[in-house]
Design a protein. Sequence first.
Length: 95
Amino acid sequence: MTEERRVSCKHRVVMEERATVNVDGVTEVISFDEESIVCETDMGVLVLKGKDMHVERLNLEQGQLIVQGEIESLEYSDEGVLSKNNGGLLGRIFK
């Protein structure tokens, strides 16, 4: 089922007034709290940072994630989330 999901999802990110982000092509949400959301997409790992963020909607079958809050940044990484090189992505995010 994971293979089907990846084939059918087209990656797209739409931000509205830095308050809402719609992400298509999400395959997994790795972690989330009010200040950061880390998710795996068809195009790599996407990290959203901000304040008072919350997941409004998550549908992994459709590959859709909707986040609301005060969005401060969006960052992609092709590197694995738990990579041991340079402390990995999660190590750098939570410094």
